[in-house]
Ligand binder design. Structure first.
Ligand code: NI
Length: 177
């Protein structure tokens, strides 16, 4: 297993619409295991392949209190939505930002699991929010897209500054050419 690096907003790769997984192979199993390790280490409760720069419709989640109920969703899709609910959300690709987002309260989901078996189930509460948030990632959408343009610009500027500072300044010689 290996920890992967998580792309941060406004990285343009987060805007890629991921392609369907064509087969739940051993390679997909390894990617899911790496994504779970990355998510638990972050720490977070959900991660989409798009966030680690992989163009595949794959999501991992664990919303249990103890963090011992990993779930893998391959090619997840929402079949139906009902009601509305507002919950405070954060995202591993938008560190330090928590904002309220309105989404469907209940969703009917169809997906494959990590073994390629078909799942169809109803979700509500935190699970419904997480699934909608992660499927958005697979479609190149981030939770900050639901905020006002002004708020999003402010978040973008702050994260860009933090990312520049984290990278450090290049040596003078490299800057001169
Ligand atoms: Ni996210």
């Amino acid at each position: 297993m290996a920890k992967l690096s998580i792309l941060q907003f406004p990285d343009p790769r987060l805007r890629i619409r991921a392609r369907p997984v064509t087969g739940v192979t051993a390679e997909i199993g390894r990617l899911a295991a790496d994504m779970l390790e990355t998510m638990y280490a972050a720490p977070g409760i959900g991660l989409a392949a798009t966030q680690v720069g992989v163009d595949q419709r794959l999501v991992v989640l664990d919303i249990s209190e103890k963090g011992n109920e990993p779930r893998v969703f391959v090619n997840p899709e929402i079949l139906a939505r009902a009601g509305t609910e507002t919950m405070q959300e954060g995202c591993l690709s938008v560190p330090g930002v928590f904002e309220e987002v309105q989404r469907a309260e209940r969703v009917r989901v169809r997906s494959l699991d990590g073994h390629g078996r078909v799942l169809e189930f109803d979700a509500e509460g935190l699970l419904a929010v997480c699934i909608q948030h992660e499927i958005d990632h697979l479609d190149g959408k981030l939770f900050v897209d639901y905020l006002s343009e002004l708020k999003r610009q402010r978040i973008r500027k702050r994260l860009e500054k933090e990312q520049r500072e984290a990278r450090g300044k290049p040596p003078a010689a490299a800057r001169a050419i």
